[in-house]
Design a protein around this ligand. Structure first.
Ligand code: SF4
Length: 196
């Protein structure tokens, strides 16, 4: 008669085998299993943009500025140059220079402002609708420049109207004006529709 043979397994072997299984699972489970609904998260990330009303308004406003051309002297030619193809002010959403203050929100004063011209600058500025911004382009517009001591020259257009950005130089190059425009963009980006 054949005697059945039983394999004797000691409890410490069982413990060791269990430890092996646990350690193996532990090693392969360091990262959480992705949520089965992750497609939803992906869809939201691709199709939903969360922002504030202020950010959206400021972004749209800063990329659609209508500049008013106010060339008073030599600096004006650099301002005109900024609209030509080499510098291409259109890249900043400023396709057309306006001649009417009622269609403009950025006044670029480029050149020497005389006291005789000052009332016209003030009047045109006041005719522009809010919100509006001003760039003083060139040493003369900023401070009177070389003609500062002259009886006929305004020692800076900030004596007549508020200035948002100063672009220094005699004359500043078009790149300088474009840099000033990016500063206006930043300034617009900080505004809130609650106060504008
Ligand atoms: S800053 Fe120089 S280039 Fe510009 S208007 Fe005055 S003198 Fe002319």
């Amino acid at each position: 008669m054949e005697i059945e043979r039983y394999e004797v397994i000691f409890s410490d072997e069982i413990d060791a085998a269990e430890a092996l299984r646990i350690n193996s699972l532990k090693e392969t489970s360091q990262q959480a299993i992705p949520d089965p609904d992750r497609w939803l998260e992906e869809e939201l990330r691709r199709n939903v943009l969360l922002t504030t009303v202020d950010y959206a308004v400021d972004w749209a406003r800063s990329r659609s500025i209508f500049p008013l051309m106010f060339g008073l002297a030599c600096c004006a030619f650099e301002m005109i140059g900024s609209a030509a193809s080499r510098f291409d002010i259109s890249r900043f959403g400023m396709d057309i220079f306006r001649w009417s203050p009622r269609q403009a929100d950025l006044m670029i004063v480029a050149g020497t402002l005389t006291w005789k011209m000052a009332p016209a600058v003030k009047l045109v500025y006041e005719q522009m609708a809010e919100p509006k911004w001003v760039i003083a382009m060139g040493a003369c517009a900023i401070s009177g420049g070389t003609f500062r001591e002259s009886y006929s020259v305004v020692p800076g257009i900030n004596h007549i109207i508020p200035v948002d950005v100063y672009v220094p130089g005699c004359p500043p190059r078009p790149e300088g004006l474009l840099y000033g425009i990016t500063k206006i963009h930043k300034k617009i980006g900080k505004e809130s529709i609650k106060t504008s």
